[in-house]
Write a protein that binds this ligand. Structure first.
Ligand code: 30K
Length: 557
C-alpha cells in the first residue's frame, strides 16, 4: 500500500489508513508521518478521548456569585464561566469556610448543600445548617472533563461573605459530665460562638435508657444542667437543642450518662444522728413553707391579681414548635405533625386564588365516618424546585403543630401523590386585604378592632411557641364568614419567589419592606418584636380598609 507521510498539521490514524486527517482543533502534529496530534499548550484530552477528538482546556472561574439568606436557608447562585474550555461537561464545586476574624477553617459536616457541594450541573446551590452568629465565606470552582490535567482550577475569590445573624438556630455539641452521684448527673456542653448570649437558650430532654416515652424536658438559660431525683446505677439518655428567637435548632445526638450505684457502706452512728437531725429540719422547713403559702393564698383571694404573684418574673414555657430541619427526609418530618390524606377523600372544585407554590382551590374533604367539610386546597405546581418542595412541606409541618382559633387550621396533606396538597380550613371571606378593600366603610371601628384583636391573639400564640412569622400582613390574614381573622402563611422562605409587585424587595434576600421592622431590614434580626412592628402596620391596613402602607412612597424611600 502506498502511504505518503502526512504533512505538519495532519495525521494518519493508523498505518492502514489511506488518507491524512487534519489535526482536531487545538492540536498539532510536528513531524511528518505523525499518527497522532498532540494538544497545544494548556489543552488536554480526557483519558477516554481518542485522537480524533478536539483538545480542550479547563474552564475559567465562575462569575458573579450572589446569595440570599432567608431564615436558615442560604441560596447561592452564579454565572457560568466565560470560557467553558470548549466542552459541554462543566460542573461546579462549592467551598465553604467559617471564619473568625481573619482565620477561616472548612465548614463542618452540619452544613448541608443541596443538591450537593460538588458535581453541580446547575449554577446554584442551597445551603442549610449554618450556625447563628457566625461568618461564612463561599467560593465556587468550575470543572470539566480535563480539569485536574493542567494547573489547579481557577476558583472564584471567596466572593460571598455571609454573616448569619439571628437567623439560624445553633447546634449544640461536646458534652462533658461535670459531676455525678447515685441520684444526680451534672452535664455541660459547648455554648456555640455567638454575639449575644442572651438570645440563646437551651432545651434538654432526658429519659431513662429504653424508656423514651417517659421523657422530661427542661428549659435552661445556661449551657449546663443538673438532673436530680434519678435512679441509682441507671443509664440516662440526654439530648439538647438550642433555641434562638427564630425557634429551636436540631437536637444533639443522644448522650448517655450513668448514675453511680447506691452507697451501701454500713452507716456509722454519727451518720445516723445526722440523718435524724436532717429529717427533723426538713419537716420543720416544710411546715413553715406550708403555713407561709396558705397565708399567701388567703391574701391573694382577698385581692385577685392578674399576675400570679411569685411567678410573674418566670416565663410561661410552652412547647416550642418543631421545624423540618432536624429531619433528614423532610417528607418523614411532615408526617409527624400532619395527617396524610387519601386523595379519594379530597374533591377539588374551583380555583379561589394563587398560593406561593401553585393554585389554591376550594374543595371538599370527606373523611371516613365523618361529615363532608368545605376546605381550601393549596397545591404544589408540578414544576416545583427543591426549595419550593421544602418550603411547601415546611408550611404544613409548622401549621400542623398549631391549634388556635386565630391560626388557620390544617386538615391534612397529600404528599404521596402529585400534585402535592395542603388541605386547610376554608375561609369564606378570603384574604383580609382584598376583603377590606371590597367592603370599604362597611364595618364599624368596633368590628375592625375586633378583627385586630383576633390577629393579636393568634400572634401571641405563635410567639408563645417561639415561632416568628416574619410576614405578618393583611394579605396573609384570612377571614371567616363571621369576620373571625386567622393568621396563615407559615414557612418564611416562600417570600423569595413569585413577587411580581415588588412587595418583597431588598438587596440580597427579599423582605416585605413596608411591613418589616428596621432591624429586620437592616440586619435580618427577625424576632417576635419585629412581628409586633408588622402588627402595627396591619393595624394601619385594617383601619384604612386595606390601603397600601406608605402608599405615596417607593420601597426605596
Ligand atoms: O379559604 C381559604 N383558605 C385558605 C387557606 C386560603 C388561602 C390560604 N393560603 C394563602 C393565604 C394568602 N397567601 C397570600 C400570599 C397565599 C396563601 C390558606 C383561602 C383563600 C385564599 C386563597 C388564595 C389566596 C388568598 C386566599 C380564599 N380565597 C377566597 C376568595 C376564599 N378563600 C373565599 C372566597 C373568595 O371569594 C373571592
Amino acid at each position: 500500500m502506498d502511504s505518503e507521510a502526512c504533512q505538519r498539521g495532519f495525521y494518519r490514524h493508523s498505518l492502514e489508513t489511506k488518507h491524512c486527517l487534519k489535526c482536531p482543533p487545538n492540536s498539532l502534529s510536528n513531524e511528518s508521518g505523525a499518527t497522532s496530534c498532540s494538544c497545544n499548550a494548556g489543552f488536554y484530552r480526557a483519558p477516554s478521548e481518542g485522537q480524533n477528538i478536539a483538545c480542550t482546556r479547563p474552564p475559567s472561574a465562575p462569575r458573579n456569585v450572589s446569595f440570599s439568606l432567608i431564615g436558615t436557608q442560604l441560596s447561592l447562585w452564579w454565572q457560568p464561566p466565560s470560557d467553558h474550555g470548549g466542552r459541554k461537561d462543566v460542573t461546579y464545586t462549592v467551598f465553604c469556610h467559617r471564619c473568625h476574624f481573619l482565620s477561616c477553617e472548612p465548614c463542618e459536616a452540619g452544613v448541608v448543600f443541596s443538591p450537593s457541594a460538588s458535581g453541580l450541573t446547575k449554577p446554584a446551590v442551597d445551603v442549610d445548617g449554618l450556625e447563628a452568629y457566625t461568618n461564612y465565606t463561599f467560593a465556587v470552582e468550575a470543572h470539566n472533563g480535563v480539569s485536574g490535567m493542567g494547573p489547579a482550577p481557577q476558583r472564584t475569590a471567596p466572593a460571598v461573605w455571609v454573616a448569619v445573624g439571628h437567623a439560624a438556630p445553633v447546634t449544640v455539641s461536646q458534652f462533658i459530665l461535670t459531676q455525678r452521684d447515685d441520684s444526680s448527673l451534672s452535664v455541660s456542653w459547648l455554648a456555640p460562638r455567638q454575639r449575644s448570649r442572651t438570645s440563646v437558650e437551651y432545651e434538654v430532654m432526658f429519659f431513662e435508657k429504653g424508656e423514651e416515652a417517659r421523657y422530661t424536658v427542661k428549659h435552661l438559660l445556661e449551657p449546663n444542667v443538673t438532673l436530680t431525683d434519678l435512679q441509682p446505677d441507671t443509664a440516662y439518655l440526654l439530648r439538647v437543642r438550642s433555641i434562638t428567637p427564630l425557634g429551636p435548632g436540631p437536637y444533639s445526638p443522644d448522650q448517655e450518662f450513668r448514675t453511680l450505684p447506691p452507697d451501701t457502706g454500713a452507716l456509722s452512728g454519727g451518720v445516723i444522728v445526722s440523718i435524724i437531725f436532717g429529717v427533723l429540719l426538713f419537716i420543720g422547713l416544710l411546715m413553715g413553707l406550708l403555713i407561709f403559702r396558705r397565708k399567701q393564698a388567703r391574701r391573694r383571694q382577698a385581692r385577685p391579681d392578674y399576675n400570679t404573684s411569685g411567678f410573674d418574673r418566670e416565663k410561661v414555657w410552652l412547647k416550642p414548635y418543631v421545624d423540618l430541619q432536624p429531619y433528614d427526609d423532610p417528607s418523614r418530618g411532615v408526617l409527624e405533625f400532619t395527617k396524610e390524606l387519601d386523595v379519594s377523600c379530597v374533591t377539588m372544585e374551583n380555583v379561589i386564588g394563587e398560593g406561593e407554590f401553585g393554585e389554591v382551590y376550594r374543595g371538599s374533604l370527606r373523611l371516613p365516618g365523618k361529615e363532608r367539610i368545605v376546605v381550601a386546597i393549596k397545591t404544589l405546581k408540578s414544576t416545583y424546585s427543591d426549595s419550593q418542595w421544602w418550603n411547601f412541606l415546611r408550611e404544613a409541618t409548622i401549621m400542623g403543630q398549631f391549634n388556635h382559633p386565630n391560626i388557620v387550621r390544617l386538615e391534612g396533606v397529600v404528599t404521596k401523590r402529585r400534585p402535592m396538597m395542603i388541605i386547610t380550613e376554608y375561609m369564606e371571606n378570603g384574604a383580609l386585604d382584598t376583603f377590606l378593600r371590597e367592603n370599604e366603610e362597611k364595618f364599624s371601628p368596633v368590628q375592625l378592632v375586633s378583627m385586630l384583636q383576633g390577629i393579636a391573639s393568634g400572634m401571641t400564640y405563635l410567639s408563645e411557641h417561639n415561632y416568628v412569622h416574619r410576614d405578618l400582613a393583611a394579605r396573609n390574614i384570612l377571614v371567616t364568614r363571621s369576620l373571625q381573622c386567622k393568621v396563615s402563611d407559615f414557612g418564611l422562605s416562600r417570600i423569595l419567589e413569585n413577587d411580581a409587585e415588588g412587595t418583597y424587595e431588598t438587596k440580597g434576600g427579599k423582605i416585605p419592606i413596608r411591613w418589616t421592622a428596621p432591624e429586620a431590614i437592616a440586619h435580618r434580626i427577625f424576632t417576635s418584636a419585629s412581628d409586633v412592628w408588622s402588627f402595627g402596620i396591619v393595624m394601619w391596613e385594617v383601619l384604612s380598609f386595606g390601603d397600601k402602607p406608605y402608599g405615596g412612597m417607593t420601597n426605596q424611600e
